[in-house]
Design a protein around this ligand. Structure first.
Ligand SMILES: *[C@@H]1O[C@H](CO)[C@@H](O)[C@H](O)[C@H]1NC(C)=O
Ligand SMILES: *[C@@H]1O[C@H](CO)[C@@H](O)[C@H](O)[C@H]1NC(C)=O
Ligand SMILES: *[C@@H]1O[C@H](CO)[C@@H](O)[C@H](O)[C@H]1NC(C)=O
Length: 410
């Protein structure tokens, strides 16, 4: 009986994504479609790697494979992996990538940095003193691919740090740290850092051009904060990314912390005579919209629905001029209390699967190496507990599992 069961399991395996993922993805109307022609709904989690150390979080507490196994155990199918442009700037302009060892010392100081680094090596003995930050990203991508999870890269910040505020110098094109040429080069570099060139990224499917564009609190040398600037910068970056890697989907995010893409579904006036026409892109079937929602104090699901629709989810409708997939790449709430049972969490858990829209919840951590100056920062919004050894809340995870299965069934 036991033997028979394992034979049956083994023959059932090809249907599960393993070493040969169904890439590349394309889009068709409101859906993302894998290389077999099946609709694919993004169901996943954010794994941050764009803060001060600029390597994926959690490795001082856990091995990469154990973290990926936890994600896999939820049946999630994608990870939104965030990176900072500063990592690419170092590679291109500063004589090469920084080693993990030096990155920890630089970010955490000469007393705590080496301790954190030693803990990373202890949990992940495949790394050593010459391992660089990008090699850690490679290892994370390889393990995700190995365990059948797709990779969505997200450019979260220019300068590696906790995101986001209007005054952090990373808010808008031309802001203190947001050099637009370096940004485009960094996107191109990461888009190109994939198969066949880099074998570990076999399950990469998409890239988000920029997280949470927002109005800079001091204009400085920033370009004007308007849709016309957005259009110019985003289309230029998308063209470069598509040229560097024509296979991956390109996620376009909106203004006001990515809460609005309002003129996009209806091809509204963006100013200066510009309009976003999906059909004018050579790679129209590679474009996806992404939005964030943090209406955590909402008291009405109906009003959340209408703000999500007006923010850009209208693009899912057949009546939209630019009908496109829309993915909710960030939403989240405190995992340490009963928020999972509140209006906000329940509403998203219901409507996002109903709308057949994809999602990646904020956030996997646990804790951060450092956040806004505090080392070993406790993240109460993390699905995982402080030391990444288990889920923070069984009730919250069970509720999330309902959303996962509803989306996978949609
Ligand atoms: C994909 O989804 C669309 C709309 O949601 C549906 O019309 C289509 O039949 C689906 N395709 C497949 C192959 O199931
Ligand atoms: C050090 O780690 C890198 C990758 O992280 C690997 O390519 C290299 O072979 C390792 N070196 C040694 C001596 O183990
Ligand atoms: C938007 O910003 C651009 C510069 O980035 C400027 O040329 C244009 O006039 C602005 N448009 C509006 C409507 O303010």
């Amino acid at each position: 009986m036991y033997l028979l069961k394992s034979i049956l399991c083994a023959t059932a395996l090809p249907s599960i994504l393993l070493a040969a993922p169904n890439v590349p993805f394309t889009t068709s109307k409101s859906r993302i479609v894998d290389s077999t022609g099946a609709n694919f709904t993004y169901v996943g989690v954010n794994w941050p790697g764009a803060a001060d150390v600029m390597i994926p979080e959690g490795l001082q507490y856990s091995s990469i494979s154990s973290i990926v196994s936890k994600i896999k155990s939820l049946n999630m199918n994608v990870v939104r992996l965030t990176f900072a442009i500063e990592m690419v700037d170092d590679i291109k302009d500063k004589g090469g990538d920084v080693t993990v060892q030096n990155a920890f010392t630089k970010a955490l100081g000469s007393s705590k940095g080496p301790t954190a680094y030693q803990a990373v090596i202890k949990n992940n003995p495949q790394f050593n003193a010459s391992t660089t930050r990008l090699q850690v990203f490679d290892a994370v991508a390889a393990e995700l691919s190995k365990q059948g999870i797709y990779v969505h890269l997200d450019n979260h910040m220019s300068k590696g740090a906790w995101c986001c505020g209007g005054g952090d110098g990373n808010a808008w094109f031309g802001d203190t740290y947001f050099n637009t040429a370096n940004w485009k080069r960094g996107l191109e570099f990461m888009a190109d850092h994939s198969p066949p060139k880099t074998k570990s990224w076999t399950s990469i499917v998409s890239i988000g051009l920029r997280n949470e564009l927002r109005k800079p609190s001091s204009a400085g040398s920033s370009l004007a904060y308007n849709w016309s600037t957005w259009y110019d910068q985003v289309t230029a970056a998308a063209n470069l990314v598509n040229a560097a890697n024509p296979d991956i989907l390109i996620f376009l995010s909106g203004l006001d912390y990515d809460t609005t893409l309002s003129p996009i579904p209806g091809a509204g006036d963006l100013g200066s005579g510009k309009k976003f026409q999906k059909s004018s892109f050579k790679y129209a079937d590679k474009l996806v919209l992404e939005l964030h929602n943090y209406q955590n104090s909402a008291t009405s699901c109906d009003s959340m629905k209408s703000s999500l629709n007006n923010g850009g989810f209208k693009a899912l409708d057949a009546s939209a001029v630019n009908q496109m997939p829309v993915v909710l790449t960030e939403f989240g709430f405190n995992q340490a209390d009963s928020s999972y049972n509140g209006v906000y969490a329940k509403c998203l858990r219901t409507i996002i699967p109903q709308w057949k829209a994809g999602w990646t919840v904020w956030v996997l951590s646990g804790s951060y190496y450092i956040r806004s100056g505090t080392q070993d920062f406790e993240e109460t919004w993390g699905l995982l507990n402080h030391d990444w050894s288990g889920w923070r809340s069984t009730s919250a995870i069970n509720a999330l599992k309902d959303m996962i299965s509803a989306s996978l069934a949609a």
